[in-house]
Design a protein around this ligand. Structure first.
Ligand code: IPE
Ligand code: IPE
Ligand code: MG
Length: 257
């Protein structure tokens, strides 16, 4: 059993400040191109935005921040850009590991790490172990992550562990095997860079997440832009399948789920 409930099975508690924010950090390449810089300069600048957004999330009382850093499809990029990104992850994590710990941030990585350099994998495991006891903010970095990969790896691990469930798998059976099983489902999804698509991010977990798209490129995104996203989230009516009348407490036929 997963420690967090499923939005399709139970109506979650909704708070004014989203408890879990998931972000597709897009637009680094275009940010650099606009400045006649190589694409990778945008990735470098994007790391600074990550630092600012982590700080802002802590100040706003957000408990979970999940960042899409590298998709399972990003291997299709030119080899030199991919290797730059790997070096950048390695360096950024080396530099930040102590600060994450000091700031009581729990670090987690999700995705298929088997294709990564062993130095990066070791560092990820060290950061996870060092910060495992913290609860102030859980920072998850999705690296070589894909939503379809996640569902399939969960199904495959479940099938191995509990073959007797074949043909009758339930959400509760699957939940503990999904990569983000330690976190509640995201309340707010943000994508920078102007595209309005999911790009194979958290397909399962975004079932009832509120979606916010901004044209700001990731290096331009900042604490103010996060507040704009949160304000937009606060204007939404999260119905989880119910009617608006049910939410405003008007007389209703039929029972509450
Ligand atoms: C997002 O920025 C970062 C990664 C996918 C690693 P992009 O590199 O996709 O930037 P654009 O979309 O080309 O501007
Ligand atoms: C999504 O951005 C993945 C990450 C931000 C890590 P992409 O730039 O790869 O997405 P597409 O290709 O435009 O859909
Ligand atoms: Mg992009």
């Amino acid at each position: 059993m997963s420690q967090h409930s499923s939005s399709t099975r139970e109506i979650p508690k909704v708070a004014a400040v989203p408890n879990h924010v998931a972000i597709i950090m897009d637009g680094n390449g275009r940010w650099a191109r606009k400045r006649f810089l190589p694409r990778v300069a945008g990735h470098k600048r994007g790391v600074e935005t990550v630092r600012e957004i982590i700080r802002a999330c802590i100040h706003r009382g957000i408990s979970y921040l999940t960042l899409f850093a590298f998709s399972s499809e990003n291997w299709r990029r030119p080899a030199d850009e991919v290797s730059f990104l790997m070096q950048l992850f390695l360096r950024a994590l080396e530099e930040e590991i102590a600060r994450l710990h000091e700031n009581r941030i729990r670090f987690r990585a999700i995705g298929d790490l088997s294709r990564f350099d062993h130095r990066l994998v070791d560092l990820i495991h060290r950061a996870e172990a060092l910060t495992a006891g913290h609860t102030r903010l859980t920072l998850t970095v999705a690296a070589n992550y894909g939503g379809r990969w996640d569902i399939l790896q969960a199904m495959n691990r479940l099938a191995q562990a509990r073959p007797e469930r074949a043909g009758q798998v339930s959400e509760d059976d699957l939940a503990p095997y999904l990569a983000l099983s330690y976190a509640p489902e995201p309340d707010l999804f943000i994508r920078t860079g102007g595209e309005q698509r999911i790009s194979n991010f958290l397909l399962w977990q975004l079932a009832y997440t509120e979606l916010h798209f901004t044209d700001l490129l990731w290096p331009e995104f900042d604490a103010n832009a996060l507040d704009v996203a949160i304000a937009s989230y606060q204007r939404r009516e999260r119905r989880f399948g119910r009617t608006s009348e049910q939410l405003s407490g008007l007389p209703q036929a039929g029972g509450e789920a």
